[in-house]
Design a binder for this molecule. Structure first.
Ligand code: UDX
Ligand code: ADP
Length: 454
């Protein structure tokens, strides 16, 4: 018989935990959902009466939270009490790449997963279903099982239920998922989780696998997506060298139904919390199993991504007569993609650092990223300097170049005559997202470089 879940606890109120639990609460009014986090400031922001101040910016999230918060969606720092009250606990904590020790630079740091699993082991009552939500290296569930198994008087079932949402479209992705993946060994636990999703997801989209297939599928999906971006970015460089246009090439190859049209936009390289981390995780896993050729194959996906970012910084310097020392450059966009305030692994970080190293003065605009976040990412050291400004026109004031790094819709609608009028001539537009109205920029007197256009 399928256990009926009445109370869910989610550990980790981040980009994954917050939106995912909001949608579950919205679709399952009969379930009490409590999202807990050690970070009191983050929880306070989730509880802010002003819904525009939620700690995660996602289109549509404010409406969902507004409907459910206080009804059956709660945000709290009382981790232990929430675990004790729950029939099902989601682990949605951060799993960044290790910066030191064994596997540094490749393996995921599992300290937060381990700590939260220990908390569950200590506080759970009765039988508890524990669901891995964070992207994890393959066989992490074994670690979680081992930790939970050590508390003899309690029983647990561990499931892997990876999240495939993309930031910026999280609510849409959660409400209409291509598939929901549930990996596990305990059919009753799998049924209990499937019953939650079946409130709004068609049954044929709920896939059941063993634990390890589920964990590996999540890594593999992200690796394939990342590889596609490195592939199209490599072709962008060939286009620039040969006079082809990567947008035309992408359209032509995307029309082949075996290739498909999505995820073929050349740009400044992929960012975000997942792609690089997950590819490096696979590289580490392959190395561990002695599959060195496979590891090297995937490593190149990350290498090409870094190369693309350095390449863009270098070509800005070259076009500006080989030096940007003390030159003002307007950087438009700092988030790793549009419609998010997230800057983790954002291409802007590496590109800005390269330009700062060359002595540039950067005027950075982003509609959603705060000055404090930019400061955390760039620091204040280095040869050049940066400031955050409130508008694209303020960024362009006195600048030699505008460099577009995030595809915010407002950058497609820039008033080029107005920008050109306040820039220092000769002025450049470097469009790393191919989003600006290049003909208008050219008509306003700017020289234009666009990614992937020869
Ligand atoms: C990704 C996966 O899409 C999602 O399924 C998984 O759960 C988490 O990782 P996310 O990192 O939020 O989601 O964003 P995504 O839209 O995939 O973009 C990742 C990066 O690739 C961004 O920097 C984006 O700008 C870049 N990108 C994406 C391109 O450069 N070109 C494209 O065609 C698509
Ligand atoms: P993601 O993008 O995977 O959601 P985030 O870093 O945005 O990652 O969110 C993870 C959250 O998990 C952070 O807010 C962090 O404070 C929280 N967290 C980590 N470990 C614990 C723990 N043991 N108990 C409660 N919260 C935790």
């Amino acid at each position: 018989m399928t256990a009926t879940i009445r109370s869910i606890c989610c550990i980790g109120a981040g980009y994954v935990g917050g939106p995912t639990m909001a949608v579950i609460a919205d679709r399952c009014p009969q379930i009490q959902v409590t999202v807990v986090d050690l970070n009191a400031e983050r929880i306070a922001a989730w509880n802010d009466a002003d819904l525009s101040r939620l700690p995660v910016y996602e289109p549509g999230l404010d409406a969902v939270v507004g409907r459910c918060r206080g009804r059956n969606l709660h945000f709290s720092t009382a981790v232990e009490a929430a675990i004790a009250a729950a029939d099902m606990v989601f682990l949605s904590v951060n799993t960044p790449t290790k910066t030191r020790g064994v596997g540094a630079g490749q393996a995921s740091d599992l300290r937060w997963i381990e700590a939260s699993a220990r908390q569950v082991a200590a506080c759970a009552q009765n039988h508890t279903i524990v669901v891995e939500k964070s992207t994890l290296p393959v066989r992490t569930a074994a670690t979680i099982q081992a930790i939970l198994g050590a508390s003899r008087d309690k029983s647990f079932s561990v499931l892997s239920n990876p999240e495939f949402l993309a930031e910026g479209t999280a609510i849409q992705d959660l409400e209409h998922p291509d598939r929901v993946l549930i990996g596990g060994e305990d059919p009753a636990a799998i049924d209990a989780l499937a019953a939650i999703y079946s409130q709004w997801v068609p049954a044929e989209r709920i896939l059941r696998t063993n634990l390890w297939s589920s964990e590996l599928s999540k890594l593999t999906a992200n690796c394939f997506l990342a590889e596609r971006i490195s592939s199209i970015n490599s072709i962008a460089a060939v286009c620039e060298a040969t006079g082809a246009d990567v947008q035309e090439v992408a359209r032509a190859i995307g029309a082949d139904s075996r290739i498909g049209a999505k995820f073929l936009k050349a740009g400044p390289g992929f960012g975000g919390s997942c792609f690089q981390k997950d590819v490096l995780n696979l590289v580490y896993l392959c190395g561990h199993y002695g599959l060195h050729e496979v590891a090297a194959y995937w490593q190149r996906v990350v290498d090409l991504n870094a190369w693309q970012q350095h390449r863009i910084a270098q070509l800005v310097v070259q076009r500006l007569f080989g030096t940007v020392t003390a030159k003002r450059i307007a950087v438009l966009g700092f988030a790793f993609k549009a419609d998010t305030n997230d800057t983790r692994e954002a291409p802007a970080i590496r590109i800005c650092r390269d330009l700062l190293e060359e002595g540039a003065q950067l005027a950075i605009h982003d509609p959603k990223v705060s000055e404090a976040q930019i400061a955390a990412d760039l620091g204040r050291d280095g040869v050049g300097s940066w400031q955050r400004v409130e508008s694209p026109i303020a960024a362009a004031e006195g600048a030699d170049a505008v460099l577009i790094l995030t595809e915010w819709q407002q950058y497609a609608e820039l008033d080029w005559p107005a920008l050109a009028a306040v820039m220092r001539q000769p002025a450049w537009l470097f469009d790393a997202r191919a989003i600006a109205d290049a003909p208008r920029a050219r008509a306003a007197g700017l020289q234009v470089w666009r990614v992937g256009r020869g």
